[in-house]
Design a protein around this ligand. Structure first.
Ligand code: FE
Length: 256
């Protein structure tokens, strides 16, 4: 149900992979715990709230959860935010671009002093004895979008970048890029905006020490070799508007 990605006794990163049941898209949720303080990344929607609440109570007094961080505005990321606002004392950390949409997910009054907005340039969020780095990932795919880098575990929580959808039975982690490409390429062609922003993001990530890339969907890229192979693939990827032509913009023909 959950897997610890890193644990040195005082700093723990845990992924929850199978909380979505039924027809919802598979999504990973993440807990980062540091010296008695805890944050959730991309908690998901109605489908995950109750089970995630119970699961993280093994690590933390959930009422005192410090942050719920959301990378962008999609329902599988953010739609449970009202429940976290009501059920815990946590602050909601959300891209500034999407902050004005959050009131649509909750009742008036629930948001007072509860929202921290992330400026386009990113921020560092203090948690326990460390700072979680919130990195710009705009247009990959959302217009206001962020990745999260944990310098203690050296894990990059990459959101939809690197998302993959392998069949049941696929290994828990990705050790060779070619094994996962068939389950990743089509998604990136459609959901990522353009090669230009892929390259900017890759250039930024290469300034960091990354041992593990863990996307919001699918399996993790484990080890420096496959992380480096993934970045090289992404910086060369043509996607989104790179692939669009006039043929994508035609008035549908009339029904027979
Ligand atoms: Fe998304």
């Amino acid at each position: 149900m959950s897997q610890e990605l890193y644990n040195d006794g005082s700093h723990i990163c845990t992924v929850f992979r199978d909380l979505v049941t039924g027809e919802g898209i598979q999504a990973n949720q993440f807990l980062i715990f540091d010296h008695e303080h805890a944050a959730l990344i991309d908690p998901g929607g109605e489908l995950t709230y109750s089970r995630l609440f119970v699961a993280i109570s093994n690590y933390v007094n959930v009422q005192r959860l410090k942050y719920v961080l959301v990378s962008h505005q999609d329902p599988d990321v953010v739609s449970s935010v009202n429940k976290w606002l009501v059920g815990t004392d946590s602050k909601i950390v959300v891209p500034a671009l999407w902050a004005r949409f959050i009131p649509h997910l909750t009742r008036s009054g629930n948001l007072a002093d509860r929202v921290i907005t992330i400026p386009d340039s990113g921020i560092n969020v203090p948690l326990g004895h460390f700072q979680l780095q919130v990195l710009p990932a705009h247009f990959l795919h959302a217009e206001g979008n962020f990745s999260f880098y944990d310098p203690v575990s050296r894990i990059l929580f990459s959101g939809d970048i690197g998302a993959n959808f392998p069949p049941a039975g696929f290994d828990d982690s990705i050790k060779k890029l070619n094994d996962i490409l068939p389950y990743m390429e089509g998604f990136h062609h459609r959901y990522m905006s353009s090669n230009r922003v892929c390259r900017f993001w890759v250039n930024m990530i290469r300034t960091l020490e990354v041992d593990l890339i863990v996307p919001q969907h699918g399996r993790a890229f484990v080890g420096k070799q496959v992380v480096s192979d993934f970045l090289r693939w992404l910086e060369r990827l043509e996607c989104g508007i790179d692939l669009i032509t006039q043929s994508s913009y035609r008035v549908p023909s009339a029904n027979a």
